[in-house]
Structure formats: structure tokens, C-alpha cells
Design a protein around this ligand. Sequence first.
Ligand SMILES: [Zn+2]
Length: 663
Amino acid sequence: MSPRGWGVVFALLAAPAFADPARLELDARLDPATRELRARGVLVVGRGAAEIALAARFRVDSFAVDGRRDALAGLVREGRRVWRLPAAALERRVEIAWHGTLDPLDESLSHRDTLGDARLVAGERGSFLPGSTLWHPTVADGLAGYRVAIAVPAGQKALVAGRIVEEHESGGEYRARFEFPHPADGIDLIAGPYQVENREVRTAAGTPLRLRTYFHREIAPLAAGYLDSVQNYIDRYEGWIGAYPYSEFSVVSSPTPTGFGMPTLTYLGIDVLRLPFIRVTSLGHEVLHNWWGNGVMVDYARGNWSEGLTTFMADYRYKEDQGVEAAREMRLEWLRDFAAMPAGEDRPLNRFVARHHSASQIVGYNKAAMTFVMLRDLIGGEAFDAGIREFWRAQRFRAASWSDLQRAFEQASKRDLSAFFAQWLDRAGAPALRIAEVRLVASGNSWQVAANLVQSAPPYDLRVPLVLRTERGPQVRVVDMRAGRQVVTFEADARPNALALDPELRLFRRLAAGEAPPILRQVMVDPATVVAILSGGAAADAARKLAGRLLDYAATEYSPDAPLPDAPLLAIGLAGEVDAWLAAKGQAPQPSIFAANATAWVWAARRSDGRALVAVSAHDAAALAVLLRPLPHYGRQSWIAFDGAKVIERGVWPSIPQEVPLD
Ligand SMILES: [Zn+2]
């Protein structure tokens, strides 16, 4: 999930920065029932020329600069009302009052619909006012800090990121005041019919901390468990990185399937919070964003390091806690996703800013996290952790870049890491590695193995793990490889059986065909994917809808009677027609592993010409139609059997390590 996603949107829309960040004092009253917002604020703007912006949908009731009401008329431009202030000798006090009606909350919106679309919504089940929508006035460089007083009708609670200074309920109204003394892109305001669970604790480092849940009634019983988990995560990351930078953390429920992390809080959909694994995965990721992304901000102009570091120190570390097999499984998933990504979609890691679709996640989250796995392998765990602490100490509440991270790790490891960072950040793609040939020479009780390693051009500077399997156990060797070809020799005093290349998957590399079995995602993310609709009538309608839902890009249809296209293929139809079509095209039939009592079967395969094929085969049109919601979530699978909309079996074809037998 992406923190400060809104911040990115704002940064991209903002005019050229010529203002200092401003300080904002804000007093807002929101009525979720009528969706009416009334607010007034004082924006303290520095001496430079400044451009103040507010969403044009609001009526401005008054605008005054240093008490002068007629000072400036705003101009409306691209949905924003803008006031230009020339440079001045002193900082200015700009007083603005405004009001307007927000959009109604639409609970049917999916995660996909809401993610990239910053909208102002209000309703009794929940209101969300992201700062990037400019529901409050701000300047291009954002805010240096803010104070907010909010009022909502009794029965509702409202909050923003920051320290809660005071709250009370009287006269049919709930009022709360917040303070945030750090830089912020904007103020995200959230309100809902919340039951608040409050816990005052001290962290292991002794910092006083207020933990809260703002939950809808139906999930209120989950509050205690969430508070326990938040406390554990904060202790864990304080010990690892440095003191938690704020005085509060709240978990806030949303009626829509949202997932956001802001400083001091995370805003997650009710249905997301209900999932039992969220407490042990995503919650820790969101808590960690208080250090990475919020505590240390991202210098977006130079790429986003925070998702990769957070994925490495949260999601991946939790797998390492489970054991080496679970961690390897996660690395395999990352590499398999990368192998499934069309070449044209790949971008250098330093160009990643925010997640828009799966391809940017594969680079910005997974490749970045894998880069940290390789960095820790290279410099050792101790130096890695020292680098993390140094980075935090030096960059707290600043906007940092990949080069600041590099500097911290160089300082901690006393090594020049410029080549390492350059090849993983500046280059798109990944090296492909293989054992080109192996020679085994036996003399008496000793054996000599000579292997020729080859990597794709231009070569990377790699530390390649090789494992020589012998009758008396494995011999592990890490080989430094800088050239396109390299000969490696082993001496063994037991008969060798096989030589394996990076069997633990510790390198970010392009997997060989057997290592990366086909998965559904391969056709989902490829803009070249072509769709074959194999049945007519109601089944054809359902099939077209399903294709639209599954593919990241608009689908091109191809006539099933034509020869197979020179592109990845998604074939959808009823079982009889799918079977007949596969046979007519000389392709392998439906795999026999599937449950016979299923109503729909989906599988990924490699075609006889090597290209990807995903087939969706259903009992009838209705069985096809119900796949619309569940199927897009299973991109990482190779095969799935459905009973209605329910998954009854699924799996990934086995990954076969690159291993050359010796005999
Ligand atoms: Zn994240």
C-alpha cells in the first residue's frame, strides 16, 4: 500500500516551486449528512513570491492578506483557484474562509477505482478529504506544519495526522484539535461513526505514546488485537532504526477498500481490517512508513526508495522470521513476477515514483526490496543495520534520495558502493546467468570441476552463489563475476553429483525458463496480449467483460479460427469449445490435475511456440460471469479451480532450479 500517494499527485500537479513551505492554522466544520464543509484558516507565507491554491469547487467567503480584504482576486485555473503573492519584506498572514459541498461516498468503489483518483467524499459511514484535493489552501512547497480544529456532529469522530491536543463532545458536537509540527504535503482529514479505543503506553525506548483505533461498530471487537500489534511493531522498529518520531499512532477504518499510510495513522478498509493476515503483514508495513516515507520523506524528483526499503524491512523480514523456506518463496515470487513482465514495461529503479499498475510494483517494491537483500549479503547484516540507523539519524524529517541511502551504507560498511547502486538503480532489466558447460575430472579420491559461467551483456558486477552437490553434502561458493564469461573450478574430496547456480535465489536476475513457470500475471500485464473469445451468446459477453477486468491494457481480440498470433494469448470460453480449440491448434489439453467438480478452470501454459497462454474454461456462461471479481486477484497462480466464485484449488507449477548434473 502506498503512503503519501496523494503527495505524489500533488507534487506533479504543483506549479514550479517558488514558495517556502507555509504554516497553516485551520478551523473546519464538516457535516457528513449534508456533506457540507465550512472552514477558515490562516496561512503564514514566507517572504518569497508565493502562489496560494484552493480547489475551485469551494466558494470563497473572504480572503485577506495582512488584514487587507481587497488585496487580491484569485484566478481559476485547471480546477484550482490561485492567488499570486509577490515577494515581500516580511512574511504574510493570509486569512481565508471557504465552504462547499463534497461528493457523496460511494462504497461500491473498488480499490482500483479509488487508488489513483483523489476525490473529496463525505457520508455518515465515512468522509475522506485528502490534502492533494486542495480542500484547504496551501502553497506549492506544501506545509511546514499545521494546527487543525475540527468539528463534526455528535456520533461522528474526525481526525488528521498529528498529535491530538484536546477533544470533547458538547452541544451535539464532537470537537478535536490537532498539531503537526513537521513538513507535510497537505492535510488528510478523515471522519466516520467511530468507536475509539485509546491506549497510553511507553515504547521500549521510553517514549510516551498514544495508540488508538477509530473503528466502525462492526469491527470494534478487533481493536485490542490491533493495538497489541501496533505496539509490538513500534518496539521492533525503534530497536532496529531509532526512536519512533511521533507521539501517536492510530488505525482508522474506511468504508471503502482503501489502504493508505500517513504520518501517525493508517487508513484501511473495513474488509481489509477483517482479514486475519493484515495484522501480521500490512499493518507492520504501514507502521514502518512512519520511519520511511513519512519520518524520512522521499525526494520524488530522484526516485522513491521508501517502498522497497519498507517491503524489505517489513513484509520480507516477517518471512525471514518464519524461516528460510518462506523467505526463499517470497524471493521466488518477486523473480517470477519480474520474469512475467513484458520487456517494454521495465524501467530503471531510480525512475519509480509511485505504484500505478503491476509493472511499477514489480520494480518499485520487489526489485528494490531484492536490491536490499543483495546489499545486506554484500556488506553483512551488522553494517547494513548500522547504515539504516545512520540514514535515520542524518535524514529524519528531511526529503532523502537513493544517494543519501548509498552514503549511509558506505559510511557504515567503509566501502565504495557506487558500482552496486549504479547497476541496480540506473539500469533497467536484470542479468541472465547460466552454466554454459561443466567438466569433471576424477583422479583417485579427488575430483576437479571446471564450470563456464556466462551472463548476458553488458555484464553486471555480481556475487554469484554456486553450490556443488557431492555425495558428502553441498559445497557452497560465492564467485565474484564481472565479465560476461568466467571459469570457476572446484576441488572436491567426494564424488560431485551436480552443480547449481544460485539455487537460493539471492540475486535479482532473469530466471531461466524452468525456474520461472508460467503464471497468469504474464498475460495480465503484457500490453501485447491478444484475446480469443471461443464461445458465443451470453458466454461471449461474460468472456469480454472478464478479459477487460483481467488485463492491465485494453484487449485486442483475435479470431479463434486464424493461426495463433505472435503474442501472448488469453483464451476464454465454455469447456467443450476450449478443449476443441486447443486440440485444433495443436496445444496441450487442459491439465488433468483439476478437481472434476469445479465449475471453472483457469491455467497458464507455455505454448508450443514458447509464448504464454492463459485459458479460462467454464461449465456455462454463469460460471464465467462470476469470475469477474475473484480472478484478477490470482495473478501469481499458475492454475485455479473455481466452484462458482469460490476458489477450491490453486497452485503454481514447480520451479526447477538451474542445476547441471555431473556424471
Ligand atoms: Zn508501502
